[in-house]
Unconditional design. Sequence first.
Lengths: 272, 248
Amino acid sequence: MHKTKQVAKETYAGYLKAKAQAKRKIFIWQIVLLVGFIALWEILARCGILNTFLFSSPSDIWDLFKSYVVDGSLFKHILTSVSETVLGFTIGTITGVIIAIILWWSETVAKILDPTLVVLNALPKTALAPILIVWTGAGISGIVLTAVTISIVTTILSAYNYFLNVDEEKIKMLQSFGATGGQILRKLILPANLGNLINIIKINIGLAWVGVIVGEFIVSRNGLGYLIVYGGQVFRLDLVMMGVVVLALCAFLMYMLVGWFEKWLMKKRVTK
Amino acid sequence: MTNRMTLKHVCKSFYTDEGEVNVLNDINLTLKKGEILVILGPSGSGKSTILNILSKLLAPTSGEIQINGQIGYMFQHDHLLEWRTIMANVLIGLEIQKKLTQENKDRVAQLLQTYGLWEFRNSFPRQLSGGMRQRAALIRTLATSPDILLLDEPFSALDYQTRLMVSDDIYQILKKENKEAILVSHDISEAISMADEICVLSKRPATIKSSHRITLTVEGERTPLSSRKAPEFKDYFDILWKELECHA
């Protein structure tokens, strides 16, 4: 005779424990992947399987990193690029949202500008970088302008779309109290899209970095983009790699900062 | 003044690229003081258009409208703003009209207390049940002290039981606050249970097909729930059912 006996015992504490374990497991694997990749790279470079002239090696990059830190020049480059990026995405986001508000306000303006925006959106904005830099000169302004140009068009289009997607009936509700356009904007359109605006900021950080690096590739004496392009020109691949790694870290940190800001804002809103 | 609101020969057409759509054709309505008028009609018959004209969200193509008093509009959905607390939500009308005086705030607090939402004043809409949300929406409308309320199928988004309870709630609030109301509905029983008078709309272009004064024999105070038990309820239902049916 076939007999089965099953004793079930599930507890909430058990569920939490299992969840924490799963999370830890994922974290450990993430670390293993990163460390393993670096270790493999180093080993292959030392055994001579990888050509260090082309691929450099983690230890060379680390040494170079230390020397740049010691003489302080790395911070100068980081500061240049980061401030250009921050400036670029701040100007891009704020002007973009303001233009989106204008488009939301006036359907006529939106219709007039529609083809222009479509073309600008389709155009790879990096193609404009040489022109912008020639116009504004070889300073920081050309690079910032490139960053602004890249981020502003997507900002306008996505913010405008978000604004249009706010429930028509909610607008009617405010209008039934006699709300003006400005009141609808302040009390409904903007707060309803707070999360979306933060997403726009997140996307713009990435886009502004593209603009800044492209700008620095074309003309600059400073910045991470300059380090990378200079390293490439003189075939110092360790310099290129270091530039890329530092760049990745900077972009990641900025992204995290916005993430924290978002969490703080949402928390503040709920506990108001 | 015995009439709160009169509509005379009101017509409304919408113009689209496809042509002219005649929605309302010669609408005549009277809202008497202290009464609830229900406009009953098939969906798409232009019921909401009438309310939008009354609340001045739309202008009529022709006709005459006379309104004595302030209008408050209550929608099918509660449209509470998710990022505002219940208190901030019900105050939004006063905020927009720049009438956030202490006196008005106290009155709103009183309304919240009377209708069982005071404990939830600092909660967010998502923490409330559908019925409570609808009550909050009504308080938001009442906060600006309107004389006449326009209710656009305010219960249709709720499940059946909540719907009966909320219509009972809202009926009592309307009577207690002594407000006139125009309620738009496609639900015959709901219409009979709430109305002092029912106007039946025809299909598009809508005209008032007939109007019925509702007199019910109920024990004690009349509420939507007790109205449903009145002996005349079924007769009214049959009459209205036939009226709606013959052009369905």
